[in-house]
Design a binder for this molecule. Structure first.
Ligand code: CAO
Length: 416
């Protein structure tokens, strides 16, 4: 079976997480992704946080599956020549170097277009072109702080907090993948390539749009009715941190279940969906609340929402998070157990759907990684091991037309 992106050749000039997450996705869908790495060292994540001596770290293997690895020193004349040939033969080049690095290497956008007018150059930077911070190098948490996530995450009496979800890295990579596919679609019609640029700050903000919504509501009203600060607490002129409150019109909270004293994840998330009030009351054994005007509208419940949550916690006290969800699901109540990474790793449904997959690596052995979160009716995504450093160097050079003698000379010159 042919895969949707088969025939698309991608120069993967990415490192760490944001860029590799993007190109891994495209490789899963069938693109030929050639990861270009510095000889001897490679992507820094190959050696970061290793848990098996001399084997590539999970940080690398989980972001670079289904790719080929070409070592190339693009600062040598021979290395530049190889890159030039690759550019002429490829459809997409993806990079997430620090600002200006590609230009300093001699491969400006103008020059790349001269070499290959159909080329799509896709870049991740911390901040967008022309931004007053455009010169900054950026990692995940820097982007979460600059994109509005940190100031709005956490509890009101604690400091700004970053999320464990890679909102700055993998999320930016996903935005870039959408940009690349859009540019490829246009190229199919016009034959022309283009530059696709995504900044980590913009990608974080794109996921924090409801907080920009809230800033404007706060400016207009002076309060935000769905935040825990309302109606008993105080608001300043900026969107506060709302703890575990639901971000939309449905109040929700993380609630303790049986065993919370010793298990840090013995909790469920409980949502009080407005039209589910009657089933909630039935599930909790509180039928008298259904028609009580002190409880039967969202507005009436708002000033006692934490008393209601406290009551639900008393109902949960003798139920594990799984038992609780099994009861609540019968009443159509939106809820879920708070799952630990260990529970996720062993979840049979996630294994069955290919969302968590086991991969065999020649040096690391068997490891778990995430599979495609996007499911297709006509494509089964198979996750293969990430390449060893330079595993495909000779193969890629031969594809480019280099003879065995020329390849040996490139090795001698330490260009590959
Ligand atoms: N051959 C020769 N040189 C190479 C090379 C190769 N194959 N690959 C990279 N290099 C060179 C670059 O040309 C650059 O050289 P100069 O600075 O001399 O021009 C040098 O390696 C360093 O590249 P860098 O600036 O990208 O790397 P860094 O470790 O200093 O910074 C990072 C890392 C991530 C902070 C920076 O790349 C960055 O800000 N990227 C954009 C934002 C981003 O994607 N961040 C997310 C990372 S995931 O958390």
């Amino acid at each position: 079976m042919t895969k949707p992106l088969e025939g698309i050749k991608i120069i993967d000039f990415t490192h760490v997480q944001a860029g590799p997450a993007c190109t891994q996705l495209l490789a899963w869908f069938g693109a030929d992704v050639i990861k270009v790495e510095r000889p001897g060292a490679g992507d820094v994540t190959r050696s970061q946080l290793r848990h098996v001596k001399d084997a590539d770290a999970l940080y690398f293997t989980m972001l670079n599956s289904n790719k080929r690895s070409l070592t190339l020193d693009t600062k040598t004349p021979q290395g530049k020549e190889v890159l030039t040939k690759l550019i002429k033969e490829s459809d997409v080049m993806v990079e997430n170097f620090g600002p200006g690095a590609l230009d300093r290497m001699g491969f400006t956008w103008q020059y790349i277009q001269e070499l290959n007018p159909g080329m799509i150059l896709a870049s991740v930077k911390g901040f967008s072109d022309g931004h007053h911070y455009e010169d900054l190098k950026v990692y995940e948490n820097v982007a979460q702080c600059a994109g509005g996530a940190a100031s709005t995450t956490g509890f009101w009496d604690g400091p700004p907090t970053v999320s464990a979800a890679a909102l700055g890295d993998s999320n930016t990579g996903m935005h870039l993948a959408i940009g690349i596919l859009t540019a490829l679609h246009q190229k199919n019609r016009t034959g022309k390539g283009q530059k696709v640029a995504v900044s980590m700050q913009d990608s974080v903000l794109n996921l924090c749009r409801v907080k920009l919504r809230d800033q404007q509501r706060l400016d207009a009203l002076g309060y935000l009715e769905e935040y825990p600060q309302y109606p008993h607490g105080e608001f300043s002129d900026v969107v506060p941190r709302g703890g575990n409150a639901g971000g939309g019109g449905q109040p929700g909270w993380v609630l303790k279940c049986k065993g919370w004293e010793t298990d840090p994840n013995a909790y469920i998330y409980f949502t009080i969906q407005g039209h589910a009030w009657a089933p909630i009351c039935k599930a909790l054994g509180k039928p008298e609340w259904i028609d009580d005007p002190a409880y039967n509208t969202a507005e009436a419940r708002q000033d006692k929402i934490f008393d209601i949550f406290a009551f639900i916690e008393s109902w949960l006290a003798d139920k594990t998070k799984f038992e609780a969800v099994d009861i609540l699901r019968k009443f159509d109540i939106p809820c879920a157990p708070v799952l630990s990474m260990k529970e996720i790793a062993n979840d049979p449904s996630l294994r069955k759907s290919g969302t968590v997959v086991e991969v065999d690596h020649p040096k690391l052995g068997k490891y778990l990684t995430v599979g495609s979160p996007i499911k297709f009716s006509d494509l089964t995504v198979e996750v293969t091991a990430s390449p060893l450093l330079g595993q495909h160097t000779n193969e890629v050079l031969a594809d480019l037309g280099y003879s065995q003698e020329e390849i040996a000379a490139l090795h001698d010159a330490k260009a590959v």
